[in-house]
Design a protein around this ligand. Structure first.
Ligand SMILES: [Zn+2]
Length: 276
């Protein structure tokens, strides 16, 4: 067995003062905050051949962007086409090529079911929507491959699945991948029943749930830190802000199933240096 390197772990808060926050990461990583409004995905097109699938995106074989791209354009994130998936709290991860090909064929708003996207093309912004669930950002700094994952309690475990896909498709080694765990509900607020807490502990370790005052609370940050350390990733940066009790962020638990709004988490591969 090769000796596994030690994962470096650090923490950071998020101020959430602007529409689009740039997170401290080795690749361009963003989160829209409450100031940007609801980032609900656009409705799927009525039929194939929808106006979305036109020549406007011919340069990259893509339909015109998701209207949510405008928020990023306003924040100075230029020239990127947003790719997103139909999130279902799974551990499924797709490549950006698969997601883009589907959008081209079926139009803007048509999304394949998955909870993560991996790619190396800087023309794409890989996006997921969150409201308490954790956005997880990955970057292989050697091969310039990035991933954007949506990981709530049910999807926890998607992180190693993304690392597997990065390894299979690009040859990424976990020891060269940095991970950022973005703003999510924290153990201060994430009360669950005992069954879910004990199941979480059994799969992700003792620290993945805590008991306090007779109630159980999940710790998504601890669960994903444990998954990252077990996989041997180079570093893990953990956001300390709680979406539920913090400022400027949306929360499913605080706003409720009828009224909740979504934030959009996105990453893009760093642009490659071009010769000449
Ligand atoms: Zn909280």
């Amino acid at each position: 067995m090769p000796k596994m390197q030690q994962t470096r772990v650090s923490h950071f808060p998020i101020e959430a003062r602007t529409e689009v926050e740039t997170l401290p990461f080795s690749a361009p990583a963003f989160l829209t905050c409450a100031a940007a409004g609801d980032m609900k995905p656009p409705e799927p097109p009525d039929a194939p051949g929808h106006a979305g699938a036109t020549a406007a995106g011919a340069a990259y074989g893509m339909p015109p962007g998701d209207p949510r791209s405008q928020v990023f354009a306003a924040a100075g994130v230029r020239g990127a086409r947003l790719l997103s998936v139909k999130q279902e709290h799974t551990r499924e991860v797709l490549t950006a090529e698969e997601v883009a090909a589907h959008a081209l064929e079926h139009g803007v708003g048509a999304r394949l079911p998955a909870d993560g996207i991996v790619g190396d093309n800087p023309e794409f912004l890989l996006g997921v929507t969150v409201a308490d669930c954790m956005p997880i950002y990955l970057h292989d700094r050697v091969r310039n491959v990035v991933a954007m994952l949506h990981s709530g309690w049910k999807g926890t475990g998607i992180l190693p699945r993304a690392l597997e896909l990065m390894h299979r498709r690009w040859g990424s080694a976990a020891g060269e991948v940095g991970v950022l765990l973005g703003p999510a509900i924290q153990a201060c607020c994430y009360e669950v029943d005992a069954d879910r807490a004990l199941g979480f502990q059994a799969e992700f370790g003792e620290e993945a749930a805590r008991r306090r005052g007779g109630s159980w609370y999940l710790d998504l940050q601890a669960a994903n830190r444990s998954l990252g350390e077990r996989a041997g990733v180079a570093e893990i940066s953990i956001c300390t802000s709680c979406t539920c009790c913090g400022e400027g962020l949306f929360s499913y638990r605080r706003e409720g199933p009828e009224a909740y709004r979504r934030m959009l988490a996105a990453i893009r591969a760093p642009a490659r240096e071009t010769a000449g």
